[in-house]
Ligand binder design. Structure first.
Ligand code: ADP
Ligand code: MG
Length: 237
């Protein structure tokens, strides 16, 4: 099977922290292939290694052993400089906390990315994609939590990333607001064909995914394909 058909091919990934009796196994020989363009939800209990996996796929962290291919490029053979370039050119991140710059407007926060990315869309377009065209000139403190998270999504997708990695993007939001945020992620995935990985411990969210990965104890324990994913507005949780 050609690795090039996949956004990521992961083989035998392990990650340990510490040494001796306090050694922690975060990943224990994880294998995974993610086809391009899918919206993938990764479910699993706290501590099973979800964030560790996302950080390695995003080039923020390196594994202890194993291989990660991004297309046909081996991330695990990259230098720090190459990993920085990979992150800058190809990866959008969305985290639980929005990390917006308080002294900049929504538009200016997104422009921090579009000013340096090689192939960005206009910052205004990214904000329109998440339904915030009327709020562009607001500062983060003038926006609700859900609106701030949508600015963070606009910032992540404005560079037109190959992959969008989201770690508990609705973790700080109530369910009504969370659904609006998930709809924004889903729209971005469909319109830009960005391979999108969403980590959550909320099983209800899985119904909107093309593919659901279940993680337990540092490995992928099961995979499910949804032939008819639900729209975010039809989720119940
Ligand atoms: P999840 O995101 O599924 O909650 P994590 O990937 O954050 O899980 O963590 C997996 C395991 O690795 C946990 O046991 C966690 O305590 C441990 N771990 C994560 N990061 C570190 C670190 N920097 N130092 C030590 N242990 C860590
Ligand atoms: Mg985590």
């Amino acid at each position: 099977m050609a690795a090039i058909d996949h956004a990521f091919s992961v083989e035998g990934l392990t990650k340990t922290y510490g040494d001796g009796p306090s050694k922690v196994y975060a990943l224990r020989g994880l294998d995974l292939r993610l086809p391009r363009g899918e919206l993938v939800v990764l479910l699993g209990p706290s501590g099973c290694g979800k964030s560790t996996l996302l950080n390695i796929l995003g080039g923020l962290d390196a594994p202890t052993s194993g291989r990660v291919l991004f297309g046909d490029a081996e991330l695990t053979a990259h230098s720090d400089r190459e990993l920085t370039r990979y992150r800058r050119d190809h990866v959008g991140f969305v985290f639980q906390f929005y990390n917006l710059i308080p002294s900049l407007t929504a538009l200016e926060n997104v422009m921090l990315v579009t000013d340096i990315a090689p192939n960005p869309m206009p910052a205004e377009d990214a904000l329109a994609l998440v339904g915030l065209q009327a709020r562009m000139h607001h500062f983060p403190a003038q926006l609700s939590g859900g609106e701030q998270q949508r600015v963070a999504i606009a910032r992540a997708i404005a560079k037109q990333p190959t992959v969008l990695l989201c770690d508990e993007p609705t973790g700080a939001l109530d369910s009504t607001t969370g659904i609006v945020v998930l709809q924004a992620l889903s729209d971005a995935n469909r319109r830009l064909n960005t391979t999108t990985l969403v980590i959550t411990h909320n099983a209800g969210i899985a119904e909107m995914a093309d593919r659901v990965l279940y993680m337990a104890d540092g490995r992928i324990s099961d995979t499910r394909i949804n032939t008819h994913p639900l729209s975010a507005s039809d989720l119940s949780w």
